[in-house]
Design a protein around this ligand. Structure first.
Ligand code: AMP
Ligand code: MG
Length: 423
């Protein structure tokens, strides 16, 4: 007899999975190796930036008081008593009507309070004593970059769980992070199940298909920030599959299988989970594609039984596995980033299940995101995935949706994330 499964809502399914969220271990890696990793600690400014007042231009550091009253009719001459480039420090005391030739980035001599650019002074020399003539007043603070102007010591700059990007690399270097605190990448194992599967290097045979899910899921795992380990494909044979899964589960933080979770004759995953003694969190979700997505829990680890259908497999991973990985990586907003968008096509048939159609989202002229299907919208379709940069959410209803309606999209390539995709 075919088992009857009761679907639960997507929200309820996410809630059940997220009960097992936890932050993973932390490690320190060299700054050379940290790009693309996730911070495991907040980055707080440990000094002012810049840490001293410095010249913002090439020119002359002066005391603004010396040029008070200067004008075309009353030009004032200042003696140049020193010359400093970036990284050099003036060793002299600068007295009345004295100035220092200074380059961009050099520390302002303590007696000076402004810089005048080369272009606005007249330079000369008499008896080997260089001087400048200034024919206008100069305000205190002119052309300076002040201590702490960029950031003040103690300010929280980047929160933990943020993915390190080139801009964050600049911050890490600015604050002297030779070693960077990052979250350890969780290890995610993958098995592809199905007697019909051929590996990528095998020629096609009658009745068989190439295993595309394993490679797709490996890339999704990497995009989520974890380390994928592919354990190969499994025939739909109970004992071998059970033994292989049990053995490899010990080596990973999360185990993903694709295929074998429906109610067909060769869908063995439900029986394998039962034999393992795993607790089933759900095995039917009111969503399309991916309604057969199954998640179970065993000894503190989650096992994902994703559908064999490529689109369903893809969506199941993004909705239920990615946020768990992102929580391992300390992200406070682990779910796919959501955004409002305008539907670019009609979807006029109602659906009892929430739909996530693979979409291409573009920025429209009017500034709003615009979403259209990235290909045929069926769970067994593989080609629509190549052009998908978002999943469009169409909550279940009886009427369907019209072109021009406002909907929510989940952005697949954005890194900021959401607290919760359905506000
Ligand atoms: P299943 O979930 O095992 O019932 O598989 C559903 C559909 O997905 C079947 O048509 C399978 O042939 C196909 N399928 C299963 N595994 C894969 C895979 N690794 N790559 C591509 N298609 C698959
Ligand atoms: Mg199968």
């Amino acid at each position: 007899m075919v088992e009857r499964r009761t679907p639960i809502s997507v929200k309820e399914a996410i809630t059940r999975v997220m009960q097992f969220e936890k932050e993973g271990e932390k490690e320190e890696v060299s700054i050379y190796e940290c790009n693309g990793r996730f911070l495991s600690e907040d980055i707080v400014a440990n000094q002012d930036v810049p840490s001293f007042d410095r010249s913002a231009y090439d020119g002359f550091a002066i005391r603004s008081v010396d040029v008070k009253g200067a004008s075309k009719d009353n030009p004032i001459t200042l003696a140049i008593v020193d010359e400093i480039g970036a990284g050099q420090v003036c060793q002299k005391r600068i007295g009345e009507c004295e100035a220092v030739r200074i380059m961009t980035g050099a520390m302002l001599p303590s007696e000076c309070d402004a810089v005048v650019m080369f272009e606005v002074v007249k330079e000369g020399s008499e008896n080997n004593q260089p001087y400048i003539i200034i024919d206008h007043e100069v305000e205190k603070g002119n052309n300076l970059s002040f201590q702490g102007e960029d950031v003040k010591k103690g300010k929280l700059l980047v929160g933990k769980g943020t993915k390190i990007n080139p801009g964050i690399m600049a911050l890490l270097a600015t604050f002297g992070y030779e070693k960077v605190p990052v979250a350890k990448k969780p290890i995610v194992g993958i098995f592809a199940t199905g007697t019909e599967l051929l590996e990528v290097d095998e020629p096609l045979e009658k009745g068989k298909i190439r295993n595309s899910n394993a490679y797709m899921v490996m890339a999704q795992i990497e995009r989520a920030g974890a380390t994928p380990v592919y354990f190969g494909k499994l025939q739909d044979v109970f004992t071998e599959s059970y033994e292989a899964m049990k053995e490899k589960l010990a080596l990973v933080d999360i185990l993903i299988t694709t295929g074998g979770v429906s109610v067909g004759d060769y869908d063995l995953l439900p029986a394998i989970y039962k034999e393992m003694g795993a607790e089933v969190l759900f095995n039917k979700v009111a969503m399309r594609p991916g309604s057969v997505t199954t998640v179970v829990h065993l000894d503190g680890k989650l096992l994902y039984g994703l559908s064999g259908n490529p689109s369903a497999c893809y969506v199941g991973f993004e909705i239920f596995a990615k946020p768990i990985i992102r929580r391992y990586l300390c992200s406070p907003k682990p779910h796919l980033q959501s955004a409002p968008a305008i539907l670019g096509e009609d979807f006029l048939t109602g659906n009892a299940f929430t739909r996530f159609f693979r979409s291409t989202v573009n920025r429209e002229v009017d500034g709003l995101l615009h979403t259209v299907p990235s290909g045929v919208d069926k769970s067994n379709i593989v080609t629509s995935l190549a052009f998908a940069n978002a999943l469009t959410i169409l909550p279940n209803n009886t009427t369907g949706y019209k072109k021009g309606e406002k909907v929510e999209v989940l952005l697949l390539e954005e890194e900021t994330g959401s607290d919760w995709p359905w506000k």
